[in-house]
Design a protein around this ligand. Structure first.
Ligand code: SF4
Length: 192
């Protein structure tokens, strides 16, 4: 895989700094420390946090449902069985893609929480982003929007599993889909 371009790297650096600042909004927060590539470790560490009822805020908690693995920026417990899920984005206003990303997270996390011995649920989902200036934060509640995308998320996950189980890669030419929303990492190597 090619390293990110200087422009993309600079954008990622801004995102990381913004994420670190956003975490300071939750001084009680507990970080799931497993590395991004350590899927089993992250799941086990997250499960341990629920077992221990540790903290009311988790950073980078990991969840898995129907082969969809993800980690949440901020999961905040607001009552005995209710959680809020907050994604952190270094943007002025969330895009449709951010909302779809949040909808996938909300769908997967809600199902996983519902399967815990003591059922729990997601009551609010939203994005923390830049406020009026780059040193302030805005919180946008997107609960209704992500709930409205539930059937689309179910279909996306089903499609992903169907494609993964094909015996041969689908014959698709290079096109706009290779660049949007992100440049595909296979472009230039497996696909030319
Ligand atoms: S470059 Fe990526 S998105 Fe484009 S056809 Fe190849 S695998 Fe698909």
């Amino acid at each position: 895989m090619q390293p990110p371009s200087p422009t993309i790297q600079a954008r990622m650096d801004v995102g990381h700094r913004f994420g670190e600042e956003a975490r300071k909004l939750f001084p009680e927060g507990i970080m799931v420390e497993a590395e991004f590539w350590d899927r089993d470790g992250a799941l086990a560490e997250t499960a341990q946090c629920f077992d221990d009822s540790a903290g009311s805020v988790l950073f980078e908690a990991a969840f898995l449902h129907r082969d969809t693995f993800l980690r949440c920026d901020v999961l905040r417990k607001v009552s005995a069985a209710d959680w809020e899920l907050w994604e952190v984005k270094s943007v002025k206003s969330p895009s449709a893609l951010h909302i779809l990303d949040l909808a996938i997270q909300t769908y997967v996390v809600a199902i996983c929480l519902n399967e815990l011995p003591r059922q729990q649920s997601i009551v609010k989902a939203g994005i923390i982003h830049f406020g009026v200036s780059d040193s302030t934060f805005a919180w946008t509640d997107l609960t209704k929007q992500v709930n409205d995308l539930r059937s689309e998320v179910e279909q996306l996950i089903t499609n992903g599993i169907t494609i993964r189980e094909l015996e041969a890669a689908p014959q698709i030419s290079i096109g706009k889909h290779c660049f949007r929303p992100y440049r595909c990492p296979f472009l230039g190597s497996a696909c030319r």
